[in-house]
Design a protein around this ligand. Structure first.
Ligand code: SF4
Ligand code: SF4
Length: 97
């Protein structure tokens, strides 16, 4: 392999996450989720952050798994998710190498 070619391991990156004790993702209105028939958030999030809890009738938010892709800012049909970046120093860091 020539030196100009990159091996797979060169392209891999590691993910480091420093977890805040407060969620940066907030469900605005529990009632809106209750009425939501499609529960889109259970499907569009690549990190499975949102899950409809049938017994409690709430959407649970595993914010510590969020990779900050931003999809849930626009993909909830009822605009029912308040999304901000984690506070400075918290959240995800992508490190190439
Ligand atoms: S967050 Fe949005 S998509 Fe998810 S259950 Fe609530 S209203 Fe539906
Ligand atoms: S920003 Fe992306 S990874 Fe994080 S909760 Fe929203 S959809 Fe999931």
């Amino acid at each position: 392999m020539s030196q100009s070619q990159c091996g797979v391991s060169d392209r891999l990156f590691t993910i480091r996450y420093k977890c805040d004790d407060q969620s940066h993702l907030i469900i605005k209105e529990a009632d809106t989720c209750l009425k939501c028939t499609t529960k889109d958030c259970n499907y569009f999030c690549p990190s499975d952050v949102y899950e409809w809890e049938k017994k409690l009738k709430i959407t649970t938010v595993a914010y510590e798994n969020c990779i900050e892709c931003g999809t849930c800012r626009i993909a909830c049909p009822s605009d029912n998710i308040h999304w901000v970046y984690p506070k400075g120093g918290y959240g995800i860091t992508y490190k190439y190498g």
